[in-house]
Design a protein around this ligand. Structure first.
Ligand code: SF4
Length: 332
């Protein structure tokens, strides 16, 4: 039995239920890094290359948090997770593509890294190969791997369904991974406002990184909608209203979800959470704002986060935005 360390950031928010189930079914122990904190951020800033975006720096901090207490760090090379239909292809952003190399070269005294290449452009069969490769590395027989993959796929589907029921990831993960748990949501039942909070999962759902944005909104009785609550099919349909896609997987999801929520009459406003030094976001943020103004009259707020972001600054801007939304609703 090996101890497998999974950093609690980046693809964690999208695929943790799959990998947790897969490794556990194979008889290994999964260790997740601690929630992001100042100590993790400081370690990440120290270890990562200077010009990396803040989520990548934080990723290095999570790896440092795991080093020394696990046998392997799970750091797959995320290339693509789907075919993208008739209007182009897409990959994860270049930082994801080079992540295992970046970690290996910038950090010392790490346990071995499981850096399987996840590239599902050719179809979902490629996932069988990814799982078998991990099985071979960890010494698990083929049949055991097949069965673990099957169970992991079922749990991941359950997680995705819970997200589509408008449950946020923290809660959806617990429910997907705990047999018999019944759906519940910490979202307000009778919200005062409904806001689409869009961006990359690791910027929206990491409470430390975005200085508690979702908690601020919850206290203000705001119901939050994110791209992860939508089906791929729905988002792709809206994506097809643009001349071309953004090429990067998470960017496509953020942009296409914006277009969808702009069409929903019950949504009061859009917040884009964007990371400092993110290459794709220099275009994504602008495109989201332009399309918001072109297709609707909805107010748009962009919240940029970096290692110096203070809770007071974000709270003040968000509260002013909510006041403006309430004033707007009354005048309408
Ligand atoms: S999409 Fe942007 S924030 Fe995310 S890893 Fe790539 S550069 Fe960093």
């Amino acid at each position: 039995m090996a101890k497998i360390g999974i950093p609690r950031t980046l693809a964690y928010f999208s695929y943790y239920p799959f990998w947790e189930t897969f490794f556990s079914q194979l008889g290994h122990e999964v260790v997740v890094s601690s929630p992001t904190s100042k100590a993790i951020l400081d370690k990440g800033v120290k270890e990562a290359v200077n010009d990396a975006c803040i989520p990548i720096k934080i990723y290095h901090g999570h790896v440092a948090d795991l080093a020394g207490r696990v046998d392997f760090i799970f750091c797959p090379r995320m290339v693509s997770v789907r075919k993208y239909g008739d209007f182009g292809t897409e990959t994860f952003c270049p930082k994801f593509l080079g992540l295992p190399d970046m970690v290996r070269l910038s950090m010392s005294e790490l346990p071995p890294i499981i850096d399987v290449r996840v590239d599902l452009k050719q179809g979902r069969k490629a996932m069988d190969q990814v799982c078998q490769e991990i099985g071979r590395l960890l010494g698990n027989p083929e049949k055991e791997v097949e069965s673990a993959q099957k169970k992991a796929t079922a749990v991941q589907k359950k997680y995705d369904r819970l997200l589509q029921q408008e449950i946020l990831p923290d809660e959806a993960m617990t429910m997907a991974l705990t047999p018999g748990a019944t759906p519940q949501s910490s979202q307000p039942v009778q919200p005062d406002l409904k806001i689409a909070v869009l961006g990359y999962p690791y910027t929206i759902y990491d409470h430390y990184l975005n200085v508690g944005l979702l908690s601020i909104l919850r206290k203000e009785n705001v119901k939050v909608y994110t791209q992860d609550m939508l089906r791929n099919k729905t988002m792709n349909k809206y994506g097809q209203t643009l001349p071309k896609n953004m090429f990067w997987y998470y960017s496509n999801r953020a942009v296409n979800a914006t277009l969808y929520y702009l069409d929903r009459p019950d949504i009061d406003g859009i917040i884009h959470v964007t990371a400092f030094a993110c290459g794709p976001d220099s275009m994504v943020d602008r495109l989201m704002e332009i399309e918001t103004h072109r297709r609707s009259k909805l107010p748009f707020l962009s919240v940029a986060i970096d290692e110096h972001t203070a809770e007071t600054g974000v709270r003040t801007r968000v509260e002013a935005f909510l006041d403006m939304l309430r004033y707007r609703r009354e005048s309408l």
